[in-house]
Design a binder for this molecule. Structure first.
Ligand code: PLP
Length: 390
């Protein structure tokens, strides 16, 4: 396993694979079963058990695929509206367009960087089919308030939990609050990584059944079930024009082992975030939103907001960090600023004053569980030097 030296280039994120993950993948390769099979099944079972609620977990090859499947299973289609945040990755909203429906982008609450609940309430129309919150950075959105808004109106709630493993809301894991579906991402830079991958979690059997069928070509039962059957089983039936969204056992092998380490990896991220918080408290910047008291923050991102009166701008800060061998990123260029979303829906910056203000200063610093204390110390001293203007 490659070592990160304190002085080499420090990327903003890296996956954390140890010998356990490597052995699990090798075991899969030797087994001869590399596509969706026993490891994907075990990953699903263990994932649901980890969340600790009566939910079904369905492994897919990305969170984008999972969000697409969840919305498809809810019957989202042309004419429907899905309310979501402008302060997210385009995947959150693009899946709505896959189905011919329209995302309604709303502004964020500047203290949580998650959906502004009042703004969501104001944007509900008879066409609203789904509310789609994002747990920004791993700080859970107010699922309770969103459910209170959605349920009496017959609106579904689907959570984009790409950042939120293992986050809690009101003491329970994200994914266990009775929303229609929750989708996690296992992309390379997420808190649990399978290279590419995702998990749909739902308490609803009808949604689980539809997603299971649609993730593999619309086949009424999957090829592994046929492979396992004791009689020759070559018959299958196509019941819908499905997709190719299944997770391979090679990826699931990584996930199985990563899942055992979720808490250990979370603690490492939490430690780094606490070191950053205390080191940056006196600088001209806003620290990332914390979790509600008693709740767990997954710390997928550590995103500072550089103040307008800081000695350098965000853009120059990123350049200087790079010159010092430290990678940063920006989460996010709000969707309403991107050509496609802006032009398709005629969006103006004035409609999103909070996201605009946050975007001007925001920068994601390196945070991942393989970072050493030396790496974190180097980030701290460089950020301090740049923001103190010394
Ligand atoms: C990473 C991410 C996604 C997409 O996840 P993939 O697994 O890469 O498809 C969706 N939404 C948010 C907020 C993300 O950060």
């Amino acid at each position: 396993v490659a070592r990160l030296t304190p002085t080499g280039f420090l990327p903003f994120a890296l996956p954390d694979y140890g010998e356990g993950e490597i052995a699990e993948v090798v075991d899969t390769l030797r087994s001869g079963w590399t596509t969706t099979g026993p490891k994907a099944r075990a990953f699903e079972t263990n994932f649901a058990a980890f969340l600790g609620a009566p939910v079904e977990a369905l492994a897919v090859n990305s969170a984008t695929a999972g969000l697409h499947l969840a919305l498809e299973a809810l019957g989202v289609g042309p004419g429907d509206e899905v309310i979501t945040t402008t302060f997210t990755f385009t995947a959150t909203a693009e899946v709505v367009r896959y189905l011919g429906a329209d995302p309604v982008l709303v502004d964020v609450d500047p203290t949580t960087l998650c959906l502004d609940i009042g703004e969501v309430a104001r944007r509900i129309t008879p066409r609203t089919k789904v509310i789609l919150p994002v747990h920004y950075g791993g700080r859970s959105a107010d699922i309770t308030a969103l459910l209170e808004l959605a349920r009496p109106r017959g609106i579904a709630v689907v959570e984009d939990a790409a950042h939120a493993l293992p986050s809690t809301h009101r003491g329970r894991h994200v994914g266990t609050h009775g929303t229609d579906a929750t989708v996690f991402s296992f992309y390379a830079n997420k808190t649990l990584s399978t290279g590419e991958g995702g998990m749909i979690v739902t308490p609803r059997a009808d949604i689980a059944d539809r997603c299971r069928t649609m993730r593999l070509h619309g086949i009424n039962y999957d090829s592994f079930a046929r492979y396992l059957s004791s009689t020759p089983a070559w018959r299958y039936e196509i019941v819908a024009p499905g997709f190719k969204y299944n997770l391979t056992d090679i990826a699931a092998a990584l996930g199985l082992h990563q899942l055992r380490r979720v808490e250990e990896m979370r603690i490492r991220r939490e430690t780094i975030s606490a070191q950053y918080d205390s080191a940056f408290a006196d600088l001209p910047c806003t620290l990332p939103p914390r979790a509600e008291p008693g709740d767990v923050h997954a710390w997928h991102l550590y995103a500072l907001q550089i103040a307008e009166d800081a000695p350098i701008s965000r853009d120059v800060f990123i350049e200087k960090m790079f010159e010092h061998g430290i990678g940063c990123s920006v989460h996010y260029i709000p969707l309403h600023r991107h050509k496609y979303w802006r032009d398709t829906y005629g969006l103006l910056p004035e409609q999103f004053p909070n996201a605009e203000r946050v975007f001007r200063g925001i920068v994601s610093l390196p945070i991942f569980s393989r970072m050493s204390d030396g790496n974190a110390a180097r980030v701290i001293s460089t950020v301090r030097e740049l923001l103190q203007g010394a």
